[in-house]
Design a protein around this ligand. Sequence first.
Ligand code: FDA
Length: 318
Amino acid sequence: MGLARNMLIAASQSRWLREHAMRWRFVRHASRRFMPGERQEDALAAARELATLGIGSTLSRLGENVTEAAEAEAVADHYINVLAAMQAAGLAGSLSVKPTQLGLDLDANLCERNLERILVASEKVASEKSAGDKRGMILIDMESSAYVDRTLELFRRARARHSHVGVCLQSYLRRTPADLDSLLPLGAAIRLVKGAYHEPASIAYPAKRDVDEAYFALARKLLSAESLAAGARAGIGTHDPKLIARIIELINSQGVAKSRIEFQMLYGIRRDLQRKLAADGWPVSVLISYGTYWFPWYMRRLAERPANVWFVLKNMFG
Ligand code: FDA
């Protein structure tokens, strides 16, 4: 299992595979399991459909490690247009953005300027919406461990100016409890996930059960009376039914209002659970990815559950 995961994550970093596999029809077809389509319109249509089930959505255009400043600026422009399109479609306007897609590899200031433009545009969209509408959040994704310090710095600087910005933390990283402690006094919006990159054991827990236990401990901290009083907003980003059940039990035993947390999942994964939680009155939102640069992202989805490779093979021969 660990070997298959490592191989798939290594594949996600292969330029040759990216350039070739994205043209193979069976791979393109299989990738549709996790994305409604490559176009922004496909993502918006999926978001509208989820809204009919009482499920919110967050849009994210696929892309990472951009190498040209103009490309990073174009990504910010794209997101600003998407916010307007989401508003026109009656959606809250939440986005998930990757720092390296906004230029972090090139220049931290460039990345910050691009994020700032998105945040300002989303504030404008929110202020134009009718009163009572839930304001969209701009969530900063967490990439591999080499980016954690720079990503947290980016978040802190943005948080000093805006309240509708959040950041993702990964429970597999040994450093995350300390990071969470440092962010909680900011009243931060945190999306907790397990982590999707290949990291050495010195940095991340290699065993799944340790990652799961670390997740629960972090969720407990994020949902403590002290954190909630400081204004923390908890995004529980997992499809793990056991963890979700433990977290619901925790919330119920503490008497925390359902509205203080949001269960967050990826498009196409555990739709049954997404619907069940929403039907039970829990806030649920789905991260919808779209765009043409889907190969590394899709390989990470396969790595999360190597059994998914059978699905690809079925598409190849089916
Ligand atoms: P786990 O892997 O234990 O899976 C639990 C169950 O969910 C499985 O038994 C299966 O039923 C189902 N499942 C999970 N993944 C599946 C898949 N790919 N295909 C089919 N079924 C699957 N990571 C990161 O490093 N940085 C980030 O910024 C983000 N952002 C992010 C946002 C949101 C909203 C989510 C939900 C996830 C992320 N992730 C992420 C990905 C995250 O780190 C993690 O890799 C996946 O969520 C899979 O882990 P689970 O918590 O679902 O548990």
